[in-house]
Write a protein that binds this ligand. Structure first.
Ligand code: ATP
Length: 360
């Protein structure tokens, strides 16, 4: 298949700079997800790889070859977009076979390949239907099969599941992941949905304001977000970030204090994920607070605790019974504390001491 590289890409629309210094190497057969909020530059990045748009400066390489001046149709890429773009007057079979037809493949061969692609997305029983006779998920699968049928070097997918309801999205996500492995294709996938990114990606690129914030595996991004933007973007609910100061190795907050090793004094955000904090009786933990709300999620109870002026989310077991207004202590897991510079938002390295757990 193919590698894709972006080298110092900048993209301007008039005076507005949509992408700033984007450099990225995507490995052969990698599933790379571009993740970020609306307007961060995901689609613009994708369109430039596709050849539908051109960088203001910088290079795009496919298999090591500069493709800036190569036309979209000669880049051997297949695209799946949010709008399926199916031909309403054609059957499912003809829609899927269309890219082969325009490339001049003989009809029986095109038909055979289209039927094989339809089988991969479990559409074999619907080959003679028209798009209007299909559900949203089935239409999405036709669009996918139409991309698969050419066996391209690179797949580009821009929010392909966003028109589907939540349940169907989960099912299609599983199909997509399986198919991508089966096809062994290089894939660039755009989404603003962090769950989709976490579940599908080999690596995630988090973008904000046209700049790369972090490139890492989902596990690494979750465990070691590079800055407060990434920390706030990943996780449901996201990481708690408490504003305070480090003084002599101790994080000082209006709700109490926590020992934090190996970080310089100064204003910081102390981060911890809701599942890494637990609640204890008053006096037994690090920060004191009162229960603001408790929501049963089914497999857990999400407890919001007010400490100082901030709300901290804590994921507790489903049998946890806490009423609004109860006083509790927040107990932080010392091995899973994150510290971010309050000014730059960047992650600070923090090495927890083994003795820390006893030093509450
Ligand atoms: P979304 O998730 O909403 O699709 P995105 O991350 O894909 O967002 P882009 O579509 O890449 O964002 O747009 C990035 C920025 O560039 C936005 O601020 C957008 O308004 C701007 N932009 C995109 N295309 C153009 C254009 N043709 N002319 C001017 N500005 C544009």
């Amino acid at each position: 298949m193919a590698t894709v590289s972006l080298r110092n890409i900048e993209k301007k629309f008039g005076a507005y700079t949509a992408l700033k210094d984007i450099s990225l190497d995507i490995a052969d057969r990698e599933f790379l997800v571009l993740l970020g909020p609306s307007g961060c530059g995901k689609t613009t990045t994708m369109r430039m790889v596709a050849g539908l748009d051109h960088p203001t400066s910088g290079d795009i390489l496919i298999d090591g070859r500069r493709v800036n001046d190569i036309h979209a149709r000669d880049r051997d890429l297949a695209m799946v977009f949010q709008s399926y773009g199916l031909y309403p007057h054609m059957t499912v079979r003809d829609n899927i076979a269309y890219p082969l037809k325009v490339r001049g493949l003989a009809k029986p061969e095109a038909r055979r390949k289209a039927e094989a692609a339809a089988a991969k997305v479990e559409l074999s029983n619907h080959l003679d239907r028209k798009p209007a006779e299909l559900s949203g998920g089935q239409r999405q699968r036709v669009a996918l099969a139409r991309a698969l049928v050419r066996n391209p070097r690179v797949f580009l997918m821009d929010e392909p599941l966003s028109n589907l309801d939540a349940q169907l999205r989960t099912v299609m996500r599983t199909h997509l992941k399986h198919l991508q492995r089966e096809m062994a294709s290089t894939t660039i996938y755009v989404t603003h949905d962090q769950v989709e990114a976490m579940t599908l990606a080999d690596r995630i690129v988090v973008l904000n304001n046209g700049r790369i914030q972090q490139v890492a595996t989902p596990a690494e991004i979750y465990a070691r977000p590079a800055n407060t933007f990434v920390a706030r973007f990943i996780g449901s609910p996201p990481m708690n970030l408490l504003e305070g100061r480090i003084e002599n190795g101790t994080f000082v907050h209006a709700g109490g204090s926590i020992r934090v090793d190996s970080t310089a004094d100064g204003p910081v955000f102390l981060g911890q994920r809701p599942e890494d904090i637990c609640l204890a009786a008053r006096g037994a933990g690090h920060l004191g607070g009162t229960v603001y709300a408790a929501e049963l999620l089914g497999d857990a109870v999400l407890v919001a605790v007010r400490t100082g002026a901030e709300l901290v989310n804590v994921k507790m077991p489903p049998d946890c019974r806490l009423a609004e207004g109860e006083t509790v202590d927040l107990v932080f897991d010392p091995s899973k504390i994150h510290v971010f510079d309050a000014v730059t938002g960047d992650r600070r390295e923090c090495v927890p001491s083994p003795a820390f757990a006893n030093a509450v």
